[in-house]
Structure formats: structure tokens, C-alpha cells
Write a protein of this length. Structure first.
Lengths: 359, 252
């Protein structure tokens, strides 16, 4: 019997690593040197602008030297970026709603939490009601705060959360409907998906905010935010449906047949056998859609709702703070990026957790 | 051969069954009666319709003409009939078709829990009983992807048995297996046959056919060409096509 031979060691030594990865031939060496030169040329300047020469404290534009970034602008407007025009003395309600949300969501990430099903159930059914009361008021002695006053990151998160939670099940139903053997259901789903996908989101938002009221009977008003949320959710659920359909098509026919042969009915077959596998396959696509949805919330600016990027744009037009667009957009981009990157990382974690291997 | 395990009652009956894929006539006037406890091996060249025929028996495929009756229930478009028949008819596939996202145990418990509404504990007990019978109780908590092909196929057999079927259909159960794993699966099937299960098995394992079959059916081009007991079938085939087929597979 032969002795087992170890696989050759990986190149761990830094000099060896650099030889292999950075200077393997003259062309790679040239590229490495070029990139290093560009980094040396630009990075120190950027760091200097953003941190070393930046102004961090103050009240007005005059507190900024103009050499580096003027983060005073962000600081002064922070409250508006977070809450929009939500009355300052009522903002505790928003904070409370988000604290309750965190208190419910964090246990879900802890392995040992008992009765996760109940927590999820409450999150989907009970929590939205509580959050709606807290945000909107006009009940339990809370002052009414119109949705027109909601704004900033708070509004971004509300729309994105509702959209993300609603678009997945709607997308699943549309995807199953599109593959249904019943022609009426199939054609309804196909038309919905193709119409929604074939139109820019801006058009749908305009339709929802301008056209829809025209068809409503006199006196019936339908909250603008509600219309925007429905518009975004339906738009993204059409994309979601196609992502999920891709997953459904990737499941071998044998899985359907085995479920049929065991006597599972259609809903059991889908819920227990097909969807768990299909959804797992398309997690990257689903999260892609979630991220797109999160960023698409910025489009509701055009119907006069001021979520994060909208309120940023408004703040940049303030005569007292003219000329800080770079800081403003960088800050907004950083916040969007934080949320989107977190979603992306979390989805990779789920993918690894659901991997049952060796197929 | 001892025929005492065969009861008088007719469990499966096919009368003039015809099926088309578009214009292609896959099943032509199939007539077949299977009695309770009978073990039938179906063979024939590829494309002869043998898989299609047994897939019609639990409505994975639908037939267009003729009647199929399983345990007295006609197999037609009535969903209640299809559900009732599927509860009593187990099927084992060429490619196992285990559910890769579930453990072996969950694969076995799924249908008893959801279709028969058994409590989890009872379903688990049944599952372990059958996993022991196919000799892999120690793999119960693994995922199918971690098992060899032979083990997967035995799990698939256990999964079907968990529904306590009266009839088992095998659709080329050993064709996708490596040669050294065929025996472990065939052994399980022989044991099952010894217990008096009604079995219909599409296979090219002629040793298995000789050992357990009460009847061997030869199909070609969508027709049943010849049927006989294994002894007569192998030693004294009647039609030219059967002779040709047998000479081809026995040469290999």
C-alpha cells in the first residue's frame, strides 16, 4: 500500500505570494506597478479630504474651512435625513417602532430562541399594526402625523421593508401561476408580469399618484405613500416572479414526480418539496431584487415623497448650505451601501447554512 | 414455481389502454391483469413503452383511451380517485428522486405526516422500521447527497414503503447504479417480494426476473409481445422479437 501524499503546500509566504500573484510575468508586473502608482497618487488626497482636513463640528457653513469635506452639513441636517419632516417632539415614536422591530428580529438570528414561528407570525401580522399606529398616530392619544411628513431614512426603510416582505410571496404566487396548467390563471399572471416588467417604475409611480385618483369615486382618497408602496411592490414582484420561475425550472422533473407518486397534493408538493429547493437555488437573484427594490425607493421623489435621497436633494438646494453636493451624495450613498451590503452578506450566510451538500 | 402467494382478487386491470405523445403512439391496446401478490417483470428495448405503462398506473402519465382500474378504483380525471390510488401505490424511480433538502428520515416521514396525517413520532417510528429493513438506519440523519447511489435507492424504497402501499412500481431501479451497488438494491427487492407485495418492475436484471417473477412481460413498440412464466420465457421464447432481444441482452 502506498503512503498517502500531502497536497503541495499553499503559497503563504508574502514574497512568494507576491511573486505568484502580482509579478508572474512582465505584463502583470507592469499592471501591479501602474495600480500602485495610481493608489499612491490619489488615495492620500482622498483620505485627507474626507478625514484629516475635514471639518467635523460647527453650526453653519462658515464653520467649514473649505479645504476638506464639510461634514458639518451632514451633522446639522442629520435629523431631517433620518426622519424627514416628522415633528421633532414625536420622533420617539419612530425610534420606539424601530426598537420594537429590532427586539423582535434579533432573537430570530440567535440559534436557541424558542418559538421562532410565533415571533415571525407576530412580525408579519401584529407588528405592522403597531408600527402603523406609532408612525401615523391619531389613536391612543397620539397626535396624527400625516404620511406627507414622513421622510428621510425612516421612509426609505418603511417602503423597502413593506416592499421586500410583500414582493416575495406575491412573486411566488405569480411564478406558480405562470406555470399553472389552468390557462386563465396562466394568462393573467403572464400579462401582469409582462406589463409590469415592460414599463419603467417611474411610469408606474406616476400612474399610481396621478392617474389612479382620477378613476376613484369622488371623495375617496387613497394615501399617496400607500399608492407608492403598492406600485413599487407590484413592480418588483414581477421581477421576483421571473427570478423564482428560473428556480422552479431548475428543479428536475423527478422531484415533481416523486412528490406526486407519494400522494402529496399540489400545495404540499410546492410548499414542502419544490419551493424550498427552488428558492434556495435563486437566493442570489432574490437578494438582487431586494437590493434593487431598496434602491428604487429613491424614485418616489418624483411623486413628492422625501425619502433619504429626496430629502438630501432638497437639503442641497437650501441657500444656506449650497455647494456640498459631494458630501451629501457620499453620505447618502454610504447609507444605501450599508444596507445593501448587509443584505448581500446575510444572503451568503443563509446560502451556506442551507447547503446540504455533495450533489 | 410456487404460486401460493398469489391471491385470486385482481388488483390491477388494464383494458385496451392506448396512449399517444402528440402523434406518436406509445401504448397500443395494452391488456393486462395483475392479481394481488403477483410479481411481474417488464422488459423490452428502450422506447418500447414499458416505463410509460407503469407510469400510467399512478397517473404520472395519463392514457387517452381504454380503462385502468386499480383495486377497483377507475383511474380517470377524478382527482379523488388519483389521490386514493397514489396512497396505495408506491413508486421507485431510476434516479431515486430523493428530496435533497431533507434528511433521509424527513424524506421518509414527509408523506406519512402530510398525506396520512400521522403524528411525527409515529411517522418516525415507521420510517426507522423500514430504514432498518433496507439496512441503513444509521444514515437516517444524513442528507441524500451524502449517500452512495445504492444507499439512496434503498432510502427511496423505504420512503415508498412508509406509506404502506399495497402495490410497488419499480421503474428501472438499478439502471443508474454502479455495478457493485446493484446487488444491495436487488436484495432488498427480493426480500420485499418474499413478503407478498404486489410488484411491477421494469428492469433488465434477468437474474432478478428468474428469481422472483411470476410472470415476465416483453414489450416492443408499445405493445405487449409476449408474456409467460420466467422459465418458459427465457428457455422457450415464442416471438422473433423476444428471441432477438434476449440474445442481445444475454450476450452482454
Amino acid at each position: 500500500m502506498l503512503e498517502p501524499i500531502h497536497s503541495p503546500p499553499f503559497t503563504k509566504h508574502p514574497i512568494r505570494w507576491a511573486q505568484v500573484n502580482l509579478f508572474s510575468n512582465w505584463f502583470n508586473s507592469l499592471l501591479t506597478l501602474l495600480v500602485a502608482y495610481l493608489l499612491v497618487l490619489y488615495v492620500p488626497g482622498m483620505l485627507d479630504w474626507a478625514f484629516l482636513s475635514a471639518d467635523w463640528s460647527g453650526q453653519t457653513k462658515d464653520d467649514c474651512s473649505g479645504v476638506g469635506a464639510c461634514w458639518v452639513f451632514i451633522d446639522a441636517r442629520m435629523n431631517q435625513f433620518m426622519y424627514g419632516f416628522y415633528p421633532t417632539e414625536e420622533q420617539w415614536r419612530v425610534n420606539l417602532a424601530f426598537i420594537i422591530l429590532l427586539a423582535l428580529v434579533i432573537p430570530l438570528f440567535i440559534e436557541k430562541t424558542p418559538r421562532k414561528g410565533w415571533i415571525i407570525g407576530f412580525l408579519l401580522v401584529g407588528y405592522p399594526v403597531i408600527a402603523f399606529w406609532l408612525f401615523g398616530g391619531d389613536i391612543f392619544g397620539l397626535i396624527q402625523v400625516d404620511t406627507e411628513q414622513w421622510g428621510g431614512l425612516m421612509l426609505t426603510l418603511i417602503i423597502a421593508t413593506v416592499g421586500i416582505i410583500a414582493s416575495l410571496p406575491i412573486g411566488i404566487i405569480l411564478a406558480l401561476g405562470r406555470r399553472s396548467e389552468m390557462p386563465i390563471i396562466r394568462y393573467i399572471c403572464i400579462s401582469f408580469i409582462e406589463v409590469m416588467r415592460g414599463v419603467p417604475l417611474i411610469t408606474i409611480l406616476f400612474m399610481a399618484s396621478v392617474m389612479l385618483p382620477l378613476f376613484m369615486p369622488e371623495g375617496v382618497t387613497f394615501d399617496k405613500l400607500m399608492r407608492a408602496m403598492i406600485g413599487i411592490t407590484l413592480f418588483q414582484s414581477a421581477y421576483m416572479a421571473e427570478v423564482i420561475r428560473g428556480g422552479l425550472q431548475a428543479i428536475p422533473k423527478g422531484q415533481y414526480e416523486a412528490a406526486d407518486a407519494l400522494g402529496l397534493n399540489y400545495f404540499q408538493k410546492m410548499a414542502l418539496v419544490i419551493l424550498p429547493q427552488a428558492l434556495k437555488l435563486v437566493i442570489p437573484g432574490i437578494v438582487n431584487t431586494f437590493i434593487a427594490l431598496f434602491k428604487d425607493t429613491s424614485l418616489i421623489l418624483i411623486i413628492g415623497l422625501f425619502e433619504l435621497s429626496g430629502i438630501m436633494k432638497a437639503a442641497l438646494n437650501d441657500p444656506e448650505w449650497l455647494g456640498f453636493a459631494t458630501e451629501g451624495y457620499l453620505f447618502a450613498a454610504l447609507i444605501y451601501w450599508m444596507f445593501c451590503f448587509s443584505m448581500s452578506r446575510y444572503s451568503q450566510h443563509i446560502e451556506q447554512k442551507l447547503h446540504t451538500g455533495h450533489r | 414455481m410456487n404460486q401460493s402467494h398469489i391471491k385470486d382478487e385482481i388488483e390491477i386491470e388494464l383494458k385496451n389502454v392506448n396512449k399517444w405523445y402528440d402523434d406518436f403512439h406509445v401504448l397500443r391496446d395494452i391488456n393486462l391483469q395483475v392479481r394481488k401478490g403477483e410479481r411481474i417483470v417488464i422488459c423490452g428495448p428502450s422506447g418500447s413503452g414499458k416505463s410509460t405503462m407503469i407510469r400510467c398506473l399512478n397517473r404520472l402519465e395519463s392514457h387517452q383511451k381504454g380503462d385502468i382500474t386499480i383495486e377497483g378504483t377507475p383511474l380517470n380525471n377524478d382527482v379523488r380517485n388519483i389521490d386514493a390510488i397514489r396512497k396505495d401505490v408506491g413508486m421507485v424511480f431510476q434516479h431515486f428522486n430523493l428530496f435533497p433538502h431533507l434528511t433521509v428520515l424527513d424524506n421518509c416521514c414527509l408523506a406519512p405526516q402530510w398525506v396520512k396525517k400521522q403524528p411525527r413520532k409515529e411517522a418516525e417510528a415507521t420510517a426507522m422500521k423500514f430504514l432498518e429493513r433496507v439496512k441503513i438506519p444509521d444514515q437516517a440523519l444524513k442528507y441524500p447527497g451524502q449517500l452512495s447511489g445504492g444507499q439512496q435507492q434503498r432510502v427511496a424504497i423505504a420512503r415508498s414503503l412508509c406509506m404502506n402501499p399495497n402495490i410497488m412500481l419499480f421503474d428501472e431501479p438499478t439502471s443508474a447504479l454502479d455495478p457493485e451497488m446493484i446487488k444491495e438494491v436487488l436484495d432488498v427487492m427480493v426480500e420485499l417480494a418474499d413478503e407478498g407485495m404486489t410488484m411491477l418492475c421494469v428492469t433488465h436484471e434477468m437474474g432478478f426476473a428468474k428469481k422472483v417473477a411470476d410472470r415476465v412481460i416483453f414489450m416492443d413498440a408499445g405493445e405487449i409481445i409476449e408474456e409467460n412464466n420466467p422459465h418458459e420465457f427465457f428457455d422457450n421464447p415464442q416471438s422473433e422479437r423476444t428471441k432477438l432481444f434476449l440474445s442481445q441482452i444475454l450476450h452482454n
